[in-house]
Every structure is written in structure tokens, then in C-alpha cells.
Design a binder for this molecule. Structure first.
Ligand SMILES: Cc1ncc(C[n+]2csc(CCOP(=O)(O)OP(=O)(O)O)c2C)c(N)n1
Ligand code: SF4
Length: 272
């Protein structure tokens, strides 16, 4: 018998899902359901928007008003929805490829505008859906289908990028510590302004296999052993932090929000 949360939040008729055994996208999706419940979101006021990728498939399994859009464009669709209906809670589900490669320009401008969207990035450091090509978050030196001798690109730190571009809430959780990740998601949902939660995720089928990281259990164990909360990280030097996943809330500020500012312009122009 599926749990109450699954019965309430999932389109069980769309199961079985497409994810490989051990993929962490399901745990992240489940954490989002819990965070939405904890934040008091109602189905009638909530829209979930995704791009394209294994991660973006989550929108299809959630029993909300959802849009599975085009690759990289989830934030553009979400911006349109929020501009038309600022009263709605708009949540974007995306992958590292979707949001920081093809969708990178949409990301920095959504951050710059500080529009009130919550963006959950399932960051598995690879393009899973298309067979393991390297993404902008594949660590330098790691292997991918398109980097058989090692990746020479330097990788993005997505929360750092988002914060620098103007997002007022940025954070990172892990698939391993899903309890902490759920709490972070709840805060991100409640935040008024652009919130980005990067969730260090695992793709055992491609990233794990190409980089000899072992099975899903070994990959999660690695996350457990190598995660450092921001408060502890502040007391560590760069050498000690090398290769670590820094978690927690990095930025949480109140700044003018885009749809609020837009309403003011409408009033100034004589509209309602
Ligand atoms: C315009 C366009 N270009 C390329 C693709 C092929 N494509 C589909 S998903 C994807 C990458 C997805 O990677 P990511 O967002 O990291 O998600 P994951 O599958 O790893 O969860 C690509 C390149 C596409 N669907 N549309
Ligand atoms: S290919 Fe990777 S990201 Fe896609 S479902 Fe499988 S494990 Fe998950």
C-alpha cells in the first residue's frame, strides 16, 4: 500500500518510473513532496515546471499542475507563469545539464531578477538521460562518455554562480542526508525571492560507472564521508576542503522581488 504522501502527491498511474535502480532522483522528488507538505503548500496554488533530463521527469510523476517543458527552458516557462499569476507557488525541477549548460543564460537572469521561484537542481555531475556526457558540474579530471581521457573543463559551483548572479537564497543538500535536504527545501519554498537548492545527487549508471565510484550504496557512503556543513567548512582551509561537498544555506537575504516590482510599475502606469 503506497504511503499517504505517495497517494496524495504522486500520479501512481504513471508508475513504474523510468529511473535506474539506485538513481537518487526519486529520493529528491520524495523530499520535495515532504518539503511542500511541511511548507503548507496546497495543490490548487502550486505549479511544478521542469526541463528535460532524467531529473526533469519528476514533474510527470507529481500529482500537481505540472509542465514538462523543453531542454534548458524551465525557468523561462516558470517566469511566465509567475508573472501572470504571482499568487501561485512555482517550483522548478531540473538537472545540472538542463540548468547550467543549455539553460545557463535563463538561470543567471532569473537570479538577477530575484523572481520568486524555487529551483531544485538534481546535480549528478553528468548528463544521465543522453548517456553520460560531461556537464558543467563534472569535476575537472573526471570521466564521461565525451571525456574518455578526463574532463579538462573547470566545473561550476551552481549555488555560488546563482548567488553571484543575484539569487537571494542559495543552498546545497545531498541525496544522502535527505532529512537536512528536506529542511533546506522547505526554507527555500517559504523564501520570497529566487531560491536555488543544489542537491548533490548520484547517477550510478553513468557518472558512477565511468568514474569507478562503485554502486549506489558506495556513492551515498562517499557523500556521507565527504560532506561538510558550511559552519564547519568556514574553519577549514582550502586544502582540507578539496573534493568536499559543502552543504547548508549559503545566502538568505531579503531583496526586491521581481513580480512585486512589476506590480508597482503597473500601478504607476495607472493600471490595477
Ligand atoms: C534542445 C535539446 N538539446 C539536447 C537535448 C538532449 N538532452 C536531453 S536530456 C539532456 C541532458 C540532461 O542532463 P541533466 O539535465 O543533467 O539531467 P539528468 O538526465 O542527468 O538527470 C540532453 C542533452 C534535448 N532534449 N533538447
Ligand atoms: S541514467 Fe543516471 S540520472 Fe538517469 S535514471 Fe539512470 S541513474 Fe538516474
Amino acid at each position: 500500500m503506497p504511503s499517504k504522501l505517495v497517494q496524495r502527491d504522486m500520479r501512481v498511474q504513471n508508475l513504474p518510473h523510468i529511473w535506474c535502480a539506485g538513481c537518487s532522483h526519486g529520493s529528491v522528488m520524495r523530499a520535495l513532496c515532504q518539503a511542500m507538505e511541511n511548507a503548507g503548500l496546497e495543490r490548487k496554488n502550486t505549479v511544478i515546471v521542469s526541463g528535460i533530463g532524467c531529473s526533469s521527469r519528476a514533474a510527470g510523476y507529481l500529482n500537481y499542475d505540472t509542465i514538462h517543458t523543453t531542454h534548458g527552458r524551465a525557468l523561462a516557462f516558470a517566469t511566465g507563469i509567475k508573472m501572470a499569476r504571482p499568487d501561485l507557488e512555482v517550483i522548478v525541477l531540473t538537472g545540472d545539464g538542463d540548468i547550467s549548460a543549455i539553460g545557463g543564460n535563463h538561470l543567471i537572469h532569473a537570479c538577477r531578477r530575484n523572481i520568486d521561484l524555487t529551483c531544485i537542481v538534481m546535480n549528478n555531475s553528468i548528463y544521465g538521460m543522453t548517456g553520460g556526457q560531461y556537464s558543467p558540474t563534472t569535476p575537472t579530471g573526471d570521466y564521461a562518455t565525451t571525456a574518455p581521457y578526463g574532463n579538462i573543463d573547470r566545473d561550476f559551483d551552481i549555488p555560488l554562480l546563482a548567488g553571484s548572479a543575484g539569487a537571494s537564497f542559495t543552498a546545497r543538500g545531498t541525496a544522502y542526508n535527505i532529512v537536512e535536504t528536506t529542511k533546506i527545501m522547505e526554507k527555500a519554498i517559504k523564501h520570497h525571492g529566487f531560491s536555488l537548492v543544489d542537491v548533490a545527487s548520484i547517477c550510478p549508471s553513468y557518472y558512477g560507472r565511468k568514474n569507478r565510484k562503485g554502486d549506489a550504496v558506495a556513492m551515498l557512503q562517499w557523500q556521507k564521508d565527504n560532506s561538510v556543513n558550511i559552519k564547519t567548512a568556514e574553519k577549514m582551509n582550502q586544502e582540507e576542503l578539496n573534493g568536499k561537498i559543502i552543504t547548508g544555506i549559503f545566502k538568505n537575504e531579503q531583496c526586491p522581488e521581481y513580480t512585486d516590482e512589476y506590480r508597482k510599475i503597473i500601478k504607476r502606469a495607472g493600471g490595477r
